[in-house]
Design a binder for this molecule. Structure first.
Ligand code: AKG
Length: 223
């Protein structure tokens, strides 16, 4: 409570809707709440065509997060390393289409965070079960410097937000159902991650968390 609120006996200020993280990076609290039903139904449709899978890494490990994708390219990792592929290696088919309404929504979310003109060509979809985590990393496989728009649904997660060096101090930011994080400009290559998901039951997603990240992978892709 601020001194003024104390003096006037006002209720505490509500949680700010727009939390700046760093230049070019912000959390938009609850901004995707109204999109939850549509996006979760879309995830189910996409997963019927390109199922969730836990990818392997060049080091021989298996990622704890399950992934699928839609759009012009999907992120893939295997013994050869990681990269974007225009076809799903599991099905041999192109990735399912990125729904046009999602693209328009992501353009608007990026604009609210200060990034005009973002037109994603891809959406990576992460599925977390309790214990799944994503270690600190930079998103540097995209061939553009467009921002990333990241949406959380389901169980709460702890987002780690560091700096441009792996060894920079890391802030921990709780992310709830409907929260959106956008990072671009000078923050585009900030190291970030998710700590191990704690077990729980969410009224909409049960024991799971879903994360969608909208990205522009290829400069010239037709969307
Ligand atoms: O699950 C999240 O909120 C973050 C996902 C992430 O870091 C990524 O896809 O690069």
């Amino acid at each position: 409570m601020t001194q003024q609120e104390f003096m006037l006996d006002l209720p505490p200020s509500p949680v700010p809707k727009h939390e700046a993280l760093d230049p070019g990076a912000a959390v938009l609290r609850g901004h995707a709440g109204m999109q939850a039903a549509d996006m979760l139904a879309g995830i189910r449709r996409i997963a019927r065509l390109s199922p969730f899978r836990r990818m392997t890494t060049a080091g021989g490990g298996t990622m704890s997060v399950a992934m699928t994708c839609c759009g012009a390219a999907g992120w893939c990792s295997d013994a050869r390393g990681h990269r974007y592929e225009p076809h799903d290696p599991l099905t041999g088919q192109p990735w399912p289409a990125l729904p046009p309404a999602w693209r328009a929504w992501a353009t608007d979310a990026a604009r609210l965070a200060g990034h005009d003109g973002f037109v994603p060509d891809t959406c990576l979809i992460n599925g977390y079960r309790p214990g799944a985590r994503m270690g600190l990393h930079q998103d540097d496989d995209e061939r553009t410097d467009a921002p990333v728009v990241s949406v959380s649904f389901g169980l709460p997660a702890m987002f780690q937000w560091g700096g441009l060096q792996r060894t920079d101090p890391v802030r921990r930011i709780p992310l709830l159902h409907g929260d959106v994080v956008v990072w671009g400009g000078p923050s585009r290559l900030v190291f970030h991650g998710i700590t191990a998901l704690r077990a729980g039951q969410h009224p909409v997603t049960g024991p799971c968390r879903y994360n969608l990240t909208f990205r522009r992978v290829w400069q010239g892709s037709s969307v």
